[in-house]
Ligand binder design. Sequence first.
Ligand SMILES: *Cc1c(COP(=O)(O)O)cnc(C)c1O
Length: 360
Amino acid sequence: MTRVYNFSAGPACLPEWVLNKASQEMLDAHSSGMSVMEMSHRSSEFENILNTAKDRLRRLMDIPEDYEILFLQGGASLQFSMVPMNLLKHSADIINTGQWTKKAIAEHKKLGDTHVVASSAEDNFTYIPKIKQEDLSPDSDYVYICENNTIYGTKYKTLPPHDGKLLVADMSSCILSEPVDVSQYDLIFAGAQKNIGPAGVTLVIIRKDLLTENEALPSMLNYKTYADNNSMYNTPPTYGIYVCGLVFEWLEEQIGGLEAMEKINHQKAALLYDYIDQSTLYSNPVAKEDRSYMNVPFVTGDKDLDAKFVKEAKEAGFVNIKGHRSVGGMRASIYNAMPVEGVEALVDFMKKFESENTKG
Ligand SMILES: *Cc1c(COP(=O)(O)O)cnc(C)c1O
């Protein structure tokens, strides 16, 4: 067996500890004589799996008791509609930082008054626009951000002002990468396939007082339905939730929590950025103060050389490192599950490629 270093932006690599544990439990999970995939979601075994996962996540992220943890389906993309369906009463203020906020803006516009309060589009989203309280619309219900921009490699290091308004954050590609003060937010959502587990699960963390009856809203699109039924109004993505629970267990017991995870993530990101910044071949276009710790785009400035890099990297066991088509070049996604050794090996490969492809 040879495992590659998988730098995919998502679905992304999972911790080997998690994959091993899942494989050990594949045929007989928790002495049930069956796989988690075969269990009734109404069984006490599965209920225990789901509640244990929620408890671990609450401890890991220090989620206050007045917030609900929900497991949904439909990906982060369904949240582009569910957020306005549940929270937009007057209008929404969205900061446009790339592909994922563009899609959120498009869905919001179908449902209500939507203001793009700032955008870094004119600079190909290479920075996070800084806004002031007075940039916000007087009647907006919430400020919506994408906290880590997976494609462009930018991240909010400080939150935008939002006095008197709710704050909604798409954390799909940075959740669990560092400690966060959940009480600063009113709704956090994330597709699982980057930093939480397999595709098919969407995590929502929402302040309980925002869960309201709404006769006009289809039940499956109302957060309250999920909250009232412990995320089991209908059959939840059982196996996916189980694997998410294993990732939470890995973070708690193998890594030692989110502060320890953050240290490792900063170490990995520094290895790449420090090398790229002193390199004569590679560059990263993002404003330094806004650089992501999870997604590191880089280019050589020559399309053919980029293609050669991607091809040779793959042959050397570094896969899925091609950049998104809107940015070009390369992108190394270095989520929680990417070990430090993977990033060290990639930097060694980049050095070798640089020396082979530059003169003098
Ligand atoms: C991947 C991603 C999405 C889309 O997620 P789906 O689960 O495919 O809908 C949305 N937002 C961000 C920040 C992402 O990285």
